[in-house]
Design a protein around this ligand. Structure first.
Ligand SMILES: [Zn+2]
Length: 424
């Protein structure tokens, strides 16, 4: 936990090795525990708990061991010393996603010590670069497919228990992710002396283009995962909010309800593709007409939507004088089909520790390694069972923490999940 696994430190191989040593000490054979280094600074761990029936395809259990940077000066305590205080574990990675890695490894050891054998193989894959390039998961799927191939995957890195007033209100299972894309807008001009002002100036051209993009709303599209999410979220809401959530979950969705919900970024992100300006840079001197103006537009495209029309819309909005280049091309990733039977299995497991809390599939607005397992044909579901307080999200931020009890509850959930899924 305390190995500083930021990209800069390059210590994920050490962390992978440390986890491997625990598994070996618990009796896992060396042939089933693999530390795979993509580069000397990026390490991954893949371990297998052998099942009795080699013909039933394995289940892949996922976490990542790298973390985003944290500076000692920005925190109230040392981000790379695991500190237990007032019922919380503090430290970088406590929620994202070292808790996930710890839960998987601890449960593997527990299952092994109990002498329990699954019907099918269970595989743990801990990756070392999820927060940066996500190259490891792609490499494992491509170059070491036999080690990680599975019928489906369960990821600890997403799908939270949403808290309301400190209490669990919604148990989410992430089943799809938005698709990430970056586009760059450029405007060029010969420039000149700023004493000879002209109305056509790259900054003005770019500003007008950005205003058109800001005013544009991509079409409403309620995906199946979003529809279930709205319907189930309605159960824990009341009044107008509950009615609106039900109305967008209806077929066809109610446009007025969608318009009201779209005013909130959280719901808007789940109703449509979004594109937003994230960077801008222009000019070269205070007393010169600008020769260049440049902006970056970051898009989050709904899974299943074609990406071409998004780029085409940006080109049209930007106008003729603006050049658009693709900085980071969208990689379309499918949603994982969440059958009623699969959802019911998660409901049964969640009901053991969180009775009465509705279980709902959710679409991630960000991105995880699960995008690549889905692309590789492995349906991926993320029921982390870790809590998230929407008013106090600390992942990637200051004083990241996880409730001690919540950690052990989630570990128990994953123990039951591994047993239930592994037995089938
Ligand atoms: Zn993560």
């Amino acid at each position: 936990m305390e190995i500083p696994t930021t990209e800069e430190m390059g210590m994920t191989p050490r962390a992978a090795r440390a986890m491997a040593d625990r598994l070996l000490a618990a009796g896992f054979p060396a042939t089933d525990v693999h530390v795979l280094t993509l580069t000397p600074r990026v390490g991954n761990l893949v371990a297998r708990l052998r099942g009795a029936d080699a013909r039933t395809r394995p289940i892949l259990l996922m976490a990542h061991i790298d973390v985003v940077p944290a500076r000692r000066d920005d925190w109230s305590l040392d981000p790379f010393t695991l500190t237990e205080r007032d019922g919380w574990f503090y430290g970088r990675g406590t929620t994202d996603n070292k808790a996930g890695a710890a839960m998987l490894v601890a449960n593997f050891i527990r299952l092994r010590r109990e002498g329990w054998q699954p019907r099918r193989d269970l595989i743990i894959a801990l990756t070392g670069d999820e927060e940066t390039t996500q190259a490891s998961i792609q490499w494992l799927l491509k170059e070491h497919r036999h080690l990680v191939d599975a019928e489906f995957a369960l990821n600890t890195d997403s799908g939270r228990i949403i808290l309301r007033g400190g209490k669990p209100s919604l148990f989410t299972v992430q089943a799809s992710e938005k698709v990430y894309a970056d586009y760059q807008l450029d405007v060029r001009d010969v420039g000149g002396h700023s004493s000879l002002a002209r109305p056509d100036n790259p900054i003005y051209t770019l500003a007008a283009a950005l205003q058109r993009i800001a005013a544009h709303q991509f079409p409403l599209n309620v995906t199946e995962v979003a529809r279930l999410f709205f319907e189930r979220s309605a159960r824990v809401e009341s009044g107008r909010m509950a009615a609106d959530l039900r109305a967008v979950a209806a077929t066809p969705p109610d446009p007025q309800a969608a318009a009201r919900l779209s005013k909130q970024p959280f719901y808007n992100a789940r109703l449509r593709t979004t594109c937003v300006a994230t960077r801008v840079e222009a000019g070269h001197a205070n007393n010169a007409l600008p020769q260049t103006a440049r902006a970056v537009i970051n898009c989050r495209i709904l899974p299943g939507e074609p990406t071409g029309p998004v780029e085409a819309a940006l080109r049209r909005l930007a106008g003729d004088r603006v050049t658009l280049t693709v900085l980071s091309a969208p990689q379309a990733s499918p949603s994982s089909p969440l059958s009623a039977a699969m959802l019911a299995r998660f409901e049964r497991l969640a009901a053991v520790q969180w009775p009465g809390v509705p279980v709902t599939p959710v679409m991630e607005a960000g991105a995880t390694d699960g995008m690549y397992t889905r692309l590789a044909g492995i349906s991926t579901y993320a029921p982390s069972a870790l809590p998230e307080d929407p008013d106090d999200v600390r992942a990637h931020g200051k004083d990241e923490r996880l409730g001690v009890e919540a950690f052990y509850d989630a570990t128990q959930f994953w123990y039951q999940t591994m047993k239930a899924f592994g037995a089938q």
